[in-house]
Design a protein around this ligand. Structure first.
Ligand code: ADP
Ligand code: MG
Length: 547
């Protein structure tokens, strides 16, 4: 799949257009918030110019532009670019076979221009500023930066195309036909006009003084078009643009709400968790539009935090164009929308689970940890989340189980669902707590995410069956033996009273009680918490949080 990203050089144009579109969105918003901003927003658009003789291709926008410092930060080093993210995730990817050699090339984001160009020039002026900046690089790690006095507002990126390959006419980016095709394929939905000037010679032939530019994209919002008119590929391209991802999404979700508060939503479940998903400043939320006009990115009011990985667009008909984040947080309609979208995402996951288990497994592997946060924070959807959750278990080495499946396998007389938390599957399986369960063939869920301790406590039960940690409190595994066991144990407790007393004295600072146990088969002793105590891992977590 990664290979196809590289072999398909056409995507460089999608990336440049995507950046130009973002820059136009940003400028429109800045002007909306601050009318005194000295910027022209009367004809925001993207322009593509081809110069066959010079072999250059220029993508120009009259958007927000960049200041001198911004060019240095955003473009000068690839550290912040989509390319950097791409390379990072390539390195994170488990399956690295054959990709190392490709890492030196550039696949996505601004730097993808170097797939087709041996030199790139960027000329830009930040809206509201007077001085422009020119950046030039051959993509080999160095670049030049200079100030320019007469730069137009916005950004133009000029690619000095690599020499033509006579063998491969398919990649002739000086051909208007080719450009038309790429834009149609990848960028048709872009909400700003993408224009191309007719070739100089064609214009001269027609005798036209001022040749009319041609608009290449339909600008139709995909979420507003009927499902059967839009191909999966078109949806995927939209995802790549708004999700800043180069891979197809795992699932596309459409929702149309009619009535008093009308909206359309197009949501995507990505196929891979981004590596900053658990950092404090992870940008969460989907894009908000009002009647096809982009309002904001990362609109966190539209989905709960545990669905922060969902990407997409929500287009609401009845909001004010300058609605603020604060207002959204309190709006009753938005609240209803969030509940509906949440349920829709969860029911989609449920559907994946029954219809396409493999896809579901991918989803859960990537996002299960995040989703489980909802078990603690979203009581309303607790059951829906439990229904789509799956866990490692002693039942199978690699295949996770749902709680439903666990319950179906429960032994006669088994009342509770057992789990044990720990750092890794292996460390849990080696725990002395597991011995009695293993000996009796009772299945135990093996929970290794930090959040597991919290939700298991908070949720308490599933379908009337208690969730019980095998490390907490007294657990009577075989009630029948217990009668005789009790007598036996009393006798033994008397017998060992001296030893137990001595141990208690020695460990007094750290423990509450020492008692004989029937739960061990091999280990001589283990530490058990009271049913309501914090487990050791939770204690560590709270301590780490300074509580
Ligand atoms: P990404 O789009 O995923 O952030 P890119 O490599 O495509 O990564 O771009 C890096 C950054 O450079 C963008 O986030 C943006 O801030 C800036 N940038 C790129 N192109 C433009 C442009 N045409 N106008 C304004 N800023 C731009
Ligand atoms: Mg980009």
């Amino acid at each position: 799949m990664i290979h196809s990203v590289y072999s398909n050089k056409d995507v460089f144009l999608r990336e440049l257009v995507s950046n130009a579109s973002d820059a136009l969105d940003k400028l429109r918003l800045e002007k909306l918030w601050d009318d005194s901003l000295d910027a022209d927003v009367s004809d925001l658009h993207i322009e593509i110019d081809i110069d066959k003789d010079a072999r250059t291709l220029t993508v120009r926008d009259n958007g927000v532009g960049m200041s001198y410092d911004e060019v240095g930060q955003l473009i000068g080093t690839i550290a912040n670019s989509g390319t950097a993210k791409f390379l990072q995730e390539l390195r994170d990817a488990k399956d690295k076979a054959g990709e190392e050699g490709l890492i030196g090339q550039f696949g996505v984001g601004f730097y993808s221009g170097f797939m087709v160009a041996d030199e790139v020039t960027l000329l830009t002026r930040r809206a509201g500023e007077t001085q422009g900046t020119r950046w030039t690089s051959r993509g080999e790690g160095t670049y030049t930066l200079e100030t320019v006095d007469d730069a137009p507002q916005g950004t133009s990126v000029t690619l000095h195309l690599k020499p033509a390959d006579p063998e491969n006419q398919l990649h002739d980016y000086t051909s208007p036909w080719k450009i038309r095709e790429i834009i149609k394929r990848y960028s048709d939905f872009i909400t700003w006009p993408i224009r191309m000037m007719p070739e100089a010679s064609a214009a001269a032939d027609s005798g036209d003084e001022t040749p009319e530019p041609e608009t290449l994209n339909s600008m139709k919002a995909l979420w507003a078009r009927p499902r059967d008119e839009v191909s999966d590929d078109e949806y995927h391209e939209l995802y790549k643009h708004i999700g800043h991802d180069w891979r197809d999404p795992l699932e596309t979700i459409r929702l149309q709400a009619e009535g008093t508060f009308e909206y359309q939503a197009l949501l995507f479940l990505p196929a891979h968790a981004p590596h900053d998903l658990f950092t404090r400043d992870f940008k969460r939320g989907v894009q908000l539009y009002v009647k096809r006009v982009f309002i904001m990115d990362d609109c966190e009011a539209l989905l709960p935090p545990y669905l922060r990985f969902v990407k997409g667009v929500v287009d609401a008909a009845d909001l004010s164009l300058n609605v603020s984040r604060e207002i959204l947080q309190q709006d009753r309609h938005i609240e209803m929308m969030r509940r509906r979208l949440t349920k829709k995402v969860l029911s989609t996951v449920k559907e994946m689970m029954t219809k396409d288990r493999e896809r579901y497994d991918t989803f859960w592997r990537e996002f299960g940890t995040v989703l489980k946060e909802g078990l603690v924070t979203d009581a309303e959807n607790r059951d829906a989340i439990l229904a789509v959750a799956s866990f490692a278990s002693t039942h199978h080495d690699t295949e996770p189980t749902t709680l439903k499946q666990y319950v179906e396998r429960m032994k006669d007389g088994q009342e509770d669902i057992y789990y044990l938390t720990g750092e890794s599957r292996q460390s849990i399986e080696n725990s002395p707590h597991m011995e009695a369960f293993r000996a009796r063939g009772i299945e135990v869920l093996l929970l290794t995410d930090p959040v597991d301790e919290v939700w298991a406590d908070a949720v308490g039960e599933y379908e009337g069956k208690k969730l019980r940690s095998v490390a907490k409190g007294q657990i009577d595994l075989d009630a029948k033996d217990e009668e005789s066991g009790d007598e036996e144990r009393e006798k033994q407790t008397e017998e060992y009273a001296g030893l137990l007393g001595w141990m208690k004295e020695q460990l007094d600072e750290d423990i509450k009680e020492v008692r004989l146990s029937s739960r061990l088969t091999v280990s001589p002793a283990c530490v058990v918490s009271d049913a309501h105590d914090l487990t050791p891992a939770l204690e560590n977590m709270y301590r780490a949080m300074g509580q």
